[in-house]
Design a binder for this molecule. Structure first.
Ligand SMILES: *[C@@H]1O[C@H](CO)[C@@H](O)[C@H](O)[C@H]1NC(C)=O
Ligand SMILES: *[C@@H]1O[C@H](CO)[C@@H](O)[C@H](O)[C@H]1NC(C)=O
Ligand SMILES: *[C@@H]1O[C@H](CO)[C@@H](O)[C@H](O)[C@H]1NC(C)=O
Length: 299
C-alpha cells in the first residue's frame, strides 16, 4: 500500500475532532428531524446548541424580527406552555432553545445570546447546520426557505460555515417520538458533516453554504444510509450561467431537482452563494469538491 493511500484510509477511519455546532430549522425547535440530528451530533461528542422557532415558520426566507410572547396555543407539539415568554430553553437541557420568531432570528439568538452564555464569550460556533427541513428545498424554493435563510445568515452575516439539509419525506414527528425518516436523515447529515469537518478549517469558502437534499425514505425504500450515493449538483439550471467545475466528465453539473427525482437513493449537494442564494462560481465549487471527494460519485 502506498503511503498516501495508507494515510487516506487512516483518515477515513479515525473519528473527526469534536467541534462547536449551532443548529436551527424552520419547522420548529420540537421537530423530530432537527432533534434526531441533535442527538446524533451530541452522541458523537460535538458541543451543540439548538436554537429554532417556537412554531412552524416554513417559507419565511430571510425574515427577521424581534421575538414576541408565544400565543395561547403554546409552542408546536405542546413543547412549551401557552403564553410562554418570547424565548426559552428546555428546563433540564439549556442547549435546547426556542425563539418565537423567524429562523434567522432564531439562529442569530443562538449565536449571539445562547453560545456566549454556555460556551463563553470567545467560543463562537464553528459550524452551522440547519434542518433537515420537512420537505425538499430545490431550485426556486431555495429563495423562500427559512431553513436556507438561517444557513445563509450564518454563512454571510455571522461568518460561520453553514450547511442546510432538507428531506423529501413529509413525515412530521415530535421531539419525543421521532420518525424513521428523521433517523435516516440524521445519519446522512452526519456523514456529510463529518466529511467536511475531517478536511479541516476553513470548512467552507467565504460566503458559501451547502444546500443538501435527501430523497424520500421509508422502511422499504432507501432505509439504510449505506445505500445512498452523493452527487454534486447546482441549485438552478445553468442555461445562462458560466460553466461549472469540471467533474464527472463535464463542466455542467446536474440540477438538484433532477437528482432527487431519480429512481434510486441519491443525495444532492449544491454549493450555494450566500450573496444571492444561487449556485456559486466554479472556483469555489472546486474547493468544496476537493473536500467532498471521498463521499461523491457520478450519476
Ligand atoms: C410547516 O409548514 C409547511 C408549509 O405549510 C409544511 O410543508 C411543513 O410540513 C410544516 N412542518 C411541520 C413540522 O409541521
Ligand atoms: C427537555 O429535555 C428533557 C431532557 O433531555 C427531555 O426529556 C424532554 O423531552 C425535553 N423537552 C423538550 C420540549 O425539548
Ligand atoms: C458515508 O457514506 C458513504 C457512502 O455511502 C459510506 O461509504 C460511509 O461509510 C459513510 N460514512 C459514515 C460516517 O456514515
Amino acid at each position: 500500500m502506498r503511503a498516501s493511500t495508507f494515510i487516506q484510509v487512516f483518515l477515513s477511519l479515525q473519528a473527526v475532532s469534536a467541534i462547536r455546532i449551532i443548529q436551527s430549522n424552520d419547522d420548529g425547535w420540537a421537530e423530530g428531524n432537527l432533534r434526531a440530528l441533535f442527538t446524533t451530533l451530541v452522541n458523537a461528542g460535538h458541543q451543540v446548541i439548538l436554537s429554532a422557532p417556537a412554531e412552524n415558520k416554513s417559507g419565511s426566507g430571510s425574515s427577521d424580527s424581534q421575538p414576541t410572547k408565544v400565543d395561547s396555543d403554546g409552542c408546536a407539539w405542546n413543547s412549551c406552555p401557552p403564553n410562554s415568554p418570547p424565548t426559552g430553553a428546555n428546563s433540564s437541557d439549556p442547549r435546547l432553545n426556542y425563539v418565537n420568531s423567524y429562523p434567522v432570528t432564531s439562529i442569530k439568538y443562538g449565536i449571539d445570546t445562547v453560545a456566549p452564555k454556555l460556551w463563553g464569550a470567545n467560543s463562537k460556533p464553528e459550524l452551522a447546520l440547519t434542518g433537515p427541513n420537512v420537505g425538499s428545498n430545490v431550485g426556486l424554493a431555495v429563495q423562500f426557505s427559512g431553513t436556507v435563510g438561517a444557513a445563509v445568515y450564518a454563512a454571510r452575516t455571522a461568518r460561520i460555515p453553514a450547511i442546510a439539509f432538507s428531506g423529501a419525506s413529509d413525515t412530521k414527528s415530535p421531539w419525543n417520538d421521532v420518525s424513521f425518516a428523521a433517523k435516516v436523515y440524521a445519519d446522512l447529515a452526519f456523514n456529510v458533516t463529518n466529511t467536511i469537518i475531517a478536511k479541516g478549517t476553513p470548512y467552507l469558502p467565504e460566503d458559501v453554504w451547502l444546500n443538501v437534499n435527501f430523497p424520500d425514505v421509508s422502511q422499504t425504500k432507501c432505509s439504510n444510509p449505506s445505500q445512498f450515493k452523493y452527487i454534486l449538483t447546482r441549485i438552478n439550471s445553468g442555461i445562462l450561467s458560466k460553466r461549472d467545475v469540471q467533474w464527472c466528465g463535464t463542466d455542467r453539473l446536474p440540477t438538484e431537482s433532477d437528482i432527487i427525482k431519480k429512481t434510486g437513493c441519491y443525495v444532492a449537494i449544491s454549493v450555494g452563494d450566500a450573496a444571492d442564494k444561487t449556485t456559486v462560481d466554479a472556483e469555489r465549487q472546486a474547493v468544496v469538491l476537493e473536500k467532498l471527494r471521498p463521499l461523491l460519485t457520478c450519476v
